[in-house]
Design a protein around this ligand. Structure first.
Ligand SMILES: Nc1ncnc2c1ncn2[C@@H]1O[C@H](COP(=O)(O)OP(=O)(O)OP(=O)(O)O)[C@@H](O)[C@H]1O
Ligand SMILES: [Mg+2]
Length: 232
């Protein structure tokens, strides 16, 4: 489902190989896998997720998603690929004047899910309940705390029923209990066959809930299997 071959990313003004944010990365991820992406601040976690979200492009190397090499896809295929991906951004962006529920239903419609029915609404309510936000469903997003807004963006991502979830620090603004609720939701979604990547600084989470892990450092990536957890 995800294939990176010798993917590098550098920015204008970079003078040497050492300034590559990502340096010749190889990664294969199958449908239904769960992967943590860890590494210090500035290690390139967000950059990697943005490449996979097709929000940026590799400076060199090749990247395939759902079997399509992104360097050669048509605009309509790219649109289909994007609709199959949900991103949870490190910088949460909700529409402040719309309610929590409206922000989520808009995200679902934007994913091309035209079969909007009572089940969709119930599913959103169920997800909101799990992140303790059901009582705020009709409140404008502008009233939410940072952590609450982040949980709404997690619900948006899951409610779209994507094939791939790219979550960038989805628990960064949560207290420990809420962080577990968020991780639990992502893991349950993963159990239904959705591929999930979670960039995180949360050492406790990575230690307690062992998963395959990609560790980024100095532009390079080391993969640790679930059975041989990465200590960082
Ligand atoms: N548009 C850009 N132009 C120039 N440099 C950039 C750009 N985007 C990212 N970088 C650089 O790439 C490096 C990796 O950034 P990235 O945001 O991917 O790190 P990160 O691992 O997500 O960090 P954090 O844990 O702080 O979120 C940083 O040194 C950053 O300054
Ligand atoms: Mg980041």
């Amino acid at each position: 489902m995800i294939s990176l071959r010798q993917v590098s990313r550098w920015y204008a003004g970079a003078v040497s190989d050492r300034s590559r944010v990502l340096d010749q990365l190889d990664l294969e991820l199958k449908k239904g896998e769960f992967l943590y992406v860890i590494g210090g601040t500035g290690a390139g976690k967000t950059t990697l997720l943005r490449l996979l979200a097709t929000e940026e492009h590799p400076s060199s190397g090749s990247l395939s998603l759902f079997g399509y090499d992104l360097s050669g896809v048509s605009a309509s295929t790219l649109q289909t690929i994007r609709r199959s991906i949900s991103t949870i951004s490190q910088k949460v962006q909700l529409i402040p004047d719309l309610s929590v529920f409206e922000n989520i239903s808009l995200a679902v419609h934007a994913a091309g899910n035209r079969s909007w029915n009572r089940d969709s609404r119930d599913r959103i309510f169920e997800l909101l309940e799990k992140v303790q936000l059901l009582s705020k469903r009709d409140r404008p997003a502008s009233e939410l705390s940072g952590g609450e807004a982040q949980r709404v963006s997690v619900v948006q991502a899951i409610a779209r029923k994507p094939e791939l979830i790219l979550a960038d620090e989805p628990t960064g603004a949560q207290d420990p209990e809420s962080a577990w609720n968020v991780l639990d939701l992502l893991m349950k979604e993963n159990l239904t066959g959705t591929t999930v990547m979670v960039a995180t600084h949360d050492r406790e989470m990575v230690r307690k809930v062992r998963k395959k892990t990609a560790f980024l450092r100095n532009g390079r990536m080391q993969i640790h299997a679930e059975e041989s957890p990465c200590r960082f």
